[in-house]
Design a protein around this ligand. Structure first.
Ligand SMILES: [Zn+2]
Length: 184
């Protein structure tokens, strides 16, 4: 960029300094709607994913056979994985997070943020991926959410997430399977 172009660019953004200094772009409600609408653009080329309208119902034994121990305990018995243990905490590639129980896409990489809690966290979801209920496992009520297709428990929803949704979908990593948009 030569000096003239630079001056022109600066003139277009009178508050260029502080804007450039901000670590992340402020999101609008329209940005969130666009993310929800365009989630399929994060699918790997040629990926075939199930739809929420084909429910999966298996017996306890069938689930045990299908899922490794910790995934079974989280998805089918509502256990919580130890904070900081999921490799998905550090996952930053573009792609889709699908339910580890049934493969239903539930979040895109664009919906993920660093909450500092030690669990993969998201500020919104792919529309229609989850159903919610109130649980009292810790005495006080919490909003539990589970996969609409297989009923598998994923995590809890809190209201201290980033604007504009204010949502923090605090998800167990073992309940998710990451599908990178492009093979690494
Ligand atoms: Zn599922």
């Amino acid at each position: 960029m030569d000096r003239r172009t630079l001056l022109k660019a600066l003139a277009a953004f009178p508050f260029a300094g502080p804007v450039f200094a901000q670590p992340t772009k402020k999101m609008s409600t329209q940005d969130i709607e666009a993310m929800q609408k365009n989630w399929k653009s994060f699918l790997p080329a040629g990926a075939v994913v199930p739809s929420a309208s084909e429910p999966v119902k298996l017996s306890k034994d069938e689930w045990k056979k299908r899922l490794p121990g910790e995934s079974y305990r989280v998805l089918r018995e509502e256990a919580t994985e130890r904070a900081g243990t999921s490799p998905l905490n550090a996952e930053k590639r573009p792609g889709i997070f699908a339910c580890a129980g049934c493969g239903l896409p539930v979040f895109t990489s664009e919906m993920k943020y660093e909450s500092g809690t030690g669990w993969p966290s998201f500020f919104t979801t792919i529309p229609g991926a989850f159903e919610k209920k109130t649980d009292y496992f810790l005495i006080y009520p919490r909003t539990e959410y589970h996969c609409i297709r297989c009923g598998g428990h994923h995590g809890h929803l809190f209201d201290d997430g980033p604007a504009p949704t204010g949502q923090r979908w605090c998800n167990n990593g073992v309940a998710l399977k990451f599908l990178p948009k492009t093979a690494a």
